[in-house]
Design a protein around this ligand. Structure first.
Ligand code: UD1
Length: 344
């Protein structure tokens, strides 16, 4: 039996990935300490796939607890490691917490993988490792230089990529796939799982849907004086379900022995950049909701524009993010309505 250990599997991208894995016939054990997620997500997963994944409430930094997980599930053949702290601003205020959580959890996992002879790892990285790519590197492919991280959070992604590289060098049996996500958005089409931001959302889409639902007075658009066609920042927004499917492809590629390098890196994006104002307009169009917004000053640390060259993932991983943005925005809105009990 093929079982995948999914750390952070109760979280946003993790839960969508668990659904895709289970739909493809994998057994899953989730390890999550619920520090930024809600246990009820397991009910949503079960309602979608008609099976409940195994779940262990543990911290990935806890060597003894994680050792028990590997002992209790000897059929684990691969690990997808999502569990991490991810709020940029918080990481600036509490750097030690971020360095500790994000690096120690990976180190613990790698050590246990070696001890239990589990060879395949998928690691959640981020396009944040590229910083603001120079104009000649846009769209950004995997060979673009990594830039000095702007936050401890971003730095932990770079450090973790390096830890994986070094461990692969030292441990010939380790096979890893590093996935650099662009901006994941949207929710499962069933509206049974989706993003559950804690408090006031930092990311654009949850703020948009909460504003449309009346929870927030207005969206603040951070800057319209950037060097972009409409002056607002440009990102590559990728549907979370497309993103989840890339993880299944990555695991399958390693399990079937197709991976060509010991550590493979893929950018996961659509290849298309959209501005904040384009997102606002398209959201209004497809949902029929008006979205009050106001232009405010730039957000510190924001990157002007970045979008992916996903050619390598398209060809090598045989994966493509092709869900139209209109459907993606609608899925986010359906999820928000489900959360707030808003009727049609
Ligand atoms: C942010 C993080 C990034 C992380 C990613 C995870 C920062 C600086 N970067 O990326 O490290 O990997 O989340 O998803 O926090 N916007 C508004 N109004 C809002 C919220 C956002 O105008 O209320 C704009 C932002 O200026 C940006 C775009 O929307 O141009 C997307 O913002 P966000 O969703 O926070 O993602 P990133 O900044 O790309």
């Amino acid at each position: 039996m093929n079982r995948i250990l999914v750390t952070g599997g109760v979280g946003y991208i993790g839960s969508h990935t668990v659904v895709e894995l289970m739909e493809q016939g994998y057994e899953v054990v989730i390890v999550d300490n619920l520090s930024n997620s809600n246990i009820s997500v397991l009910d949503g997963i079960e309602a979608i796939v008609s099976r409940r994944p195994d779940f262990v409430n543990a911290d990935c930094c806890d060597y003894v607890a994680m050792d028990n997980v590997f002992r209790s599930f000897p059929d684990i053949c691969g690990v997808i490691h999502f569990a991490a702290s991810k709020a940029v601003g918080e990481s600036v205020e509490q750097p030690l917490r971020y360095y500790r959580n994000n690096t120690l959890s990976l180190i613990t996992l790698l050590q246990l993988m070696q001890e239990h002879d589990v060879r395949h790892l998928v690691f959640s990285s981020s396009c944040t490792v590229y910083g603001q790519p120079d104009a000649e590197h846009l769209p950004v492919d995997e060979s673009a230089p990594r830039k000095k991280a702007l936050s401890p959070y971003g730095n932990t992604k770079q450090i973790n990529e390096d830890i994986i590289m070094d461990q692969a060098h030292a441990c010939a049996s380790l096979q890893a796939t590093i996935l650099r996500y662009f901006n994941p958005i949207g929710a499962h089409p069933s509206a049974l799982i989706g993003e559950l931001p804690n408090g006031v959302p930092n990311n654009l889409l949850p703020f948009v849907t909460q504003t449309a639902a009346g929870l927030r007075k207005e969206l603040r658009v951070f800057g319209d004086d950037y060097n972009t066609p409409d002056g607002s920042c440009i990102r590559d927004y990728i549907y979370v379900v497309d993103l989840a499917k890339a993880h299944v492809k990555a695991i399958e590629r390693m399990l079937s022995g197709k991976a060509e390098e010991q550590v493979e890196i893929f950018n996961l994006g659509t290849g298309r950049g959209l501005s904040v104002l384009e997102i606002v307009r398209t959201f209004e169009e497809v949902t029929g909701q008006s979205l009050p917004y106001t232009i405010v000053g730039r957000r510190e640390g924001d990157i002007e524009q970045v979008w992916a060259d996903p050619h390598k993932a398209n060809t090598v991983l045989e994966w493509r993010a092709d869900t139209p943005i209109r459907d993606v925005l609608l899925s986010a809105w359906r999820w928000e309505k489900h959360l707030r009990n808003i009727k049609e």
